[in-house]
Ligand binder design. Structure first.
Ligand SMILES: Nc1ncnc2c1ncn2[C@@H]1O[C@H](COP(=O)(O)OP(=O)(O)OP(=O)(O)O)[C@@H](O)[C@H]1O
Length: 248
């Protein structure tokens, strides 16, 4: 037989599994190593598969935000590796890192970091321009996202005219402007009342259902219950990784 593989009975090589959205391996991070060292991450492994929604929990100071910042390439790791969509970002120079961030990451924080002097639509369009869209494409992307997030009727308003939940939805629209592989959110409901928090949780659930990969830091078990997996950290280490139904 001409096909050596078939005749030898060997199984043909399998197509490689899709790269994880995020693969953190053995990451360590110490702040102020030479003066007053704080060992924020002491060897953390964390994987977020494509389309997965993972919540990161743990007591204050255990290293959740540091891990999120290292995953986003905002803070360098001292040791270990961070892969975004299979691309190693540890050791990249500032401009390559910024490019990788633009390609792969959307960031959402507790306090919304909106541009108050610009309209709601321009806040999103500017993020799309920064991500590399042309002017028209950026405006179209802004309209599409505001529609998806239920803010289209607020497009011409100033962010100051929005409720807390609406302001966070706008921040999420901005974070999605570059169609990120991974949405990273640090306490996105922390500054909201319970109605605003429910609104944002509902939005994350819908984004996840549409295939968005999400890693979200939260102190709220209600929010974490909306994720698929919950990873708990303690003293700079990931100490458990369970389905949300078992963890909260
Ligand atoms: N820029 C920094 N310089 C020095 N120490 C820092 C810095 N950022 C964080 N730390 C310290 O690193 C440790 C981990 O902080 P981190 O903010 O990652 O924890 P966290 O779990 O996100 O806490 P919280 O739930 O309160 O936000 C803490 O001891 C914190 O004080």
């Amino acid at each position: 037989m001409a096909d050596g593989t078939a005749s030898s009975g060997r199984t043909p090589p399998r197509a490689p599994a899709a790269e994880a959205a995020l693969d953190v391996r053995g990451v360590r991070k110490t702040y102020n190593p030479d003066t007053a060292p704080v060992r924020a991450l002491r060897g953390v492994d964390l994987r977020v598969g494509r389309g997965e929604f993972v919540a990161l929990m743990g007591p204050s100071g255990c290293g959740k935000s540091t891990l999120l910042h290292v995953a986003a390439g905002l803070e360098p790791a001292d040791d270990g590796s961070v892969l975004l969509a299979g691309e190693e970002i540890t050791g990249l120079g500032e401009s390559a890192l910024a490019k990788a961030r633009r390609r792969h990451v959307g960031l959402v924080f507790q306090f919304f970091h909106l541009l108050e002097g610009m309209s709601v639509a321009d806040n999103v369009a500017l993020a799309a321009l920064t991500a590399g869209c042309g002017r028209r494409e950026a405006q179209a992307r802004a309209a599409e996202l505001l529609d998806l997030l239920g803010l289209l009727d607020k497009a011409r308003k100033a962010p100051g005219a929005l409720s807390g939940g609406q302001r966070q939805r706008l921040a999420i629209a901005r974070a999605l402007a570059n169609r990120p592989t991974l949405l990273l959110a640090d306490e996105p409901t922390g500054a909201l009342d319970s109605a605003g928090a429910a609104e944002i949780l509902d939005l994350f659930t819908r984004l996840h259902a549409a295939g968005q990969s999400i890693l979200l830091v939260t102190h709220s078990s209600e929010v974490a219950a909306g994720a698929e997996r919950v990873v708990c950290m303690r003293d700079g280490r990931a100490v458990s990784d369970e389905p949300a139904a078992a963890a909260v």
